[in-house]
Design a protein around this ligand. Sequence first.
Ligand code: SG4
Ligand code: ZN
Length: 231
Amino acid sequence: LVSALFVSGLPAAYADIVDDKLAGMEAQSPIDIRSDNTFFGNLSPLTFNLSSSTTLDVINNGSPGKEKTVRANVAAGAGSITVDGDTYNLAQFHFHTPSEHLENSHATPLELHLVFSDANSHLLVVGRWINYGDTNAALAPIFSNLPQTTADHLAVNSFNLNSLIPDNLESFRYTGSLTTPPFSEGVKWIDLAQPLDMSASQVQAFQKLFPDGDAREVQPLNGRIILTDVP
Ligand code: SG4
Ligand code: ZN
């Protein structure tokens, strides 16, 4: 019964992957971040150290029945985040449509995930909601040439990783999981409060690749606490 509760939140494509592995997992992602379930606190500072000119290897991992997205693998050493004395290195960033995390129960058109890991392979994901707005010039080299099949690779030269991070680093923080199989827990999530803007045609280019979306449904908090420094 417990695993059935979790299974109900999965896209149909994952049904064949999911078995009793999820039983006992209670700290899953994504979640609905609401003003009535967040607690204000003085959060430790985030220090990003990101290359302003790195190469990206952009792939489409959209095999049927598998987790699917467009993912930009970054060069080793291209970026890191330091928080609470731990430094995590950037491995890749990718997108989901619609957003996986909800903001006061609302999804945005897209969500960006930057995946970092530390020396002990602990994962930290920085999430950022994407809203409709002006054309995102920094992301245009990716979104104008999205890899259409799993065979395609798009090489992007001199990408400025700082273009993905806002000046205002206010965030929501909690501990959760990967949002795709194997849904491993112990992932530190930092969801930045400042959204990123993209044009409707950029969003549509991504949605055309994944017409059914590639977002997992929100999962129960089960007593977890979401901390924020958003006033
Ligand atoms: C996407 O499918 C990425 O392509 C995966 O990257 C990633 O898994 C997965 O999402 C889950 O990440 O931030 N949404 S998430 O929780 O980073 C990992 C790879 O498979 C392990 C490399
Ligand atoms: Zn993700």
